[in-house]
Design a protein around this ligand. Structure first.
Ligand SMILES: Nc1ncnc2c1ncn2[C@@H]1O[C@H](COP(=O)(O)OP(=O)(O)OP(=O)(O)O)[C@@H](O)[C@H]1O
Ligand SMILES: [Mg+2]
Length: 300
């Protein structure tokens, strides 16, 4: 059995609203995929359907070739939802023990603690007294408690500081190396780019792109390379190359718009331009979203 997740022609309506509109994709064992898209794009709805928490209005979802709410499927999946809810009154260690007891082959407490960076202090703390970041760590540990084969996360890094994020993604990559399949949603192109081999880009409930991060980025046209120049050096040699789409001068900086920043960087060196303080702008997320969403609307 190759396909861990199979979503076919799936639609979800809420009254008049079509939250998810006829999407199809599948995932193989060991893949890491990011569901990316702006607010209201349908990310949580898709994840809820994959988890069997919502029923599709049309279409079908299979996990491990079974329906999502099958007990055998439940034992193989680990989940972190957008809203973290914890059990008040219990200590973190007690909650973890309880969750471990639900599964046939749970991870040991030691493994859980080391994977999620829960501290001795965290373990002794009562759930209601945890900070936002500590709650996230607990929620991550709960997702891993059953030693799942498929991990599903809805915006896992919201509220994490930089070092927690870094650690979180390191752990995720380690888990993928062990053959776990991982799907997560995010608003952040950068995060999807760093962590996933594949991006499923949602806009208005449609799956408008399903590609590697590199392919997705190359669709975002408004990228630029900017720099300052030593003197009033001519950029004529540079402008001759077709990759240089437009040259703009703004606040003493020269900005080159391009869809291939790597190539423009290479050209700067090749043409021996004395550029200083070179910066690469991959286009803002807003732009990226807008371009993909506009493309979606044109295709409709
Ligand atoms: N239970 C519901 N009843 C009615 N409309 C809903 C319901 N859940 C979601 N929606 C609508 O469906 C659309 C998709 O919502 P969803 O929560 O899936 O988006 P999202 O991509 O997860 O957004 P966010 O980035 O804000 O988390 C939105 O327009 C939302 O208002
Ligand atoms: Mg959401």
């Amino acid at each position: 059995m190759n396909e861990i997740v199979l979503v076919s022609n799936t639609t979800k309506h809420f009254q008049q609203k079509t939250a998810v509109n006829n999407i199809s994709f599948s995932m193989k064992k060991g893949e890491i995929a990011a569901i990316l898209g702006p607010n209201g794009a349908g990310k949580t709805t898709v994840i809820s359907m994959i988890l069997g928490l919502l029923k599709p209005s049309k279409g079908e979802i299979k996990l491990f070739n079974r329906v999502p709410d099958d007990q055998q499927v439940r034992e193989k999946i680990g989940v972190m939802l957008q809203e973290v809810s914890v059990m008040p009154g219990l200590k973190v260690s007690e909650i973890l023990e309880l969750f471990r007891s639900y599964y046939p082959n749970p991870l040991s407490m030691k493994e859980l603690v080391s994977l999620t960076a829960l501290t001795k202090e965290d373990l002794k703390t009562r759930a209601e007294k945890l900070s936002g970041g500590q709650k996230r760590r607990l929620s991550f540990a709960l997702a891993l408690a059953g030693n799942p084969e498929l991990l599903i996360f809805d915006e896992p890094t919201v509220g994490m500081d930089t070092s927690s994020r870094h650690r979180f993604w390191q752990t995720i990559h380690g888990l993928a190396d062990q053959g776990k399949t991982i799907i997560f949603s995010t608003h952040y192109l950068q995060e999807a780019d760093d962590a996933a081999q594949r991006i499923l880009f949602f806009a208005d409930g449609r799956l408008v792109a399903d590609d590697s991060p590199m392919q997705i980025r190359s669709r975002i046209q408004k990228q630029s390379v900017s720099f300052t120049l030593h003197s009033d050096e001519s950029l004529e040699r540079l402008s001759r190359h077709p990759e240089v789409e437009r040259v703009i001068h703004k606040h003493k900086r020269t900005i080159i718009q391009t869809s291939n920043t790597d190539k423009v960087l290479a050209l700067i060196f090749q043409e021996n331009i004395h550029a200083r303080d070179i910066r690469i702008e991959q286009g803002t997320l807003d732009e990226a979203f807008r371009q993909l969403a506009d493309g979606n609307r044109e295709a409709m």
